[in-house]
Design a protein around this ligand. Structure first.
Ligand code: SF4
Ligand code: SF4
Length: 231
């Protein structure tokens, strides 16, 4: 399970206002995000109210079963085409994988309403292409919904290293596209290249990659630490 925390409202508003987004569609997730208390129906309705109080127009909202599943996103949003067409942006109250999957499916700019802070357990095999390092500081709203920590081999958060050749990463050109070229191309498609030109640099707080203390007090965490110590 991917454990997430809601971003503070000011941070969400800051992201939206940076690009002048007023009309929003909110997506929640009945999977890990609902279990984390960040993306179920009550939290989505609370977020809707907060945004409306702050002057935003919420043109629609929906809680889908698993926002990490692109097939479910496509099918679940089919009845909402009109609302999505009216929205200037989609706010996804879910984990980093869910935000990436929604951004891969929709043409609208997608912004994260949460930070993913932990796996809350062991890492299984994930069949989808999206990856999240649970960095606790989700900046997918600035990178067109593509995670630079997992898409870029060097985990660069402020742009490419300059080593890419023909769109491929210099490290594994046969196996990996350059993550930053993917980000650039999607931002360009969405007419958002100004984000790269005008955004202040991202400061990655690596301390946030450690799950919060309350999650490090579980039996499972203790067992994992023991496992690591034994290796
Ligand atoms: S920026 Fe990447 S690693 Fe961090 S929470 Fe978002 S998807 Fe996960
Ligand atoms: S070539 Fe692209 S993906 Fe590879 S390390 Fe450089 S910026 Fe990152």
């Amino acid at each position: 399970m991917l454990v997430s925390e809601r971003k503070p409202l000011e941070e969400i508003l800051g992201l939206l206002e940076r690009e002048g987004r007023r009309r929003l569609f909110i997506l929640g997730c009945n999977g890990c995000a609902a279990a984390s208390g960040t993306g179920g129906e009550p939290e989505v309705l609370e977020l809707k109210e907060e945004l409306e109080r702050a002057g935003k127009e919420v043109v629609g909202w929906k809680v889908l079963d698993f926002l990490c599943q692109k097939g479910l996103i496509r099918a679940g949003l089919r009845p909402y085409e009109k609302e999505l067409a009216a929205a200037e942006a989609v706010l996804a109250a879910t984990c980093g994988i869910g935000v990436q999957a929604v951004a891969a499916v929709l043409e609208e700019p997608v912004y994260p309403a949460c930070n993913t802070i932990s796996l809350g357990g062991v890492r299984g095999e994930w069949p989808g292409a999206e990856r999240c390092l649970e960095c606790g500081q989700c900046f997918l709203g600035l990178t067109a919904g593509i995670c630079p920590l997992t898409a870029c081999t060097k985990q660069l958060v402020n742009g490419p290293c300059g080593g890419a050749k023909e769109g491929r990463c210099e490290f594994e050109p046969d196996a990996r596209p350059c993550g930053w070229e993917l980000i650039y191309e999607r931002l360009k498609k969405q007419g958002r290249l100004d984000l790269l030109r005008k955004s202040p640099p991202i400061f990655k707080d690596h301390a946030k990659m450690q799950p919060p203390k309350r999650l490090r007090q579980t039996t499972r965490w203790a067992v994992e630490l023991e496992e690591v110590a034994r290796r």
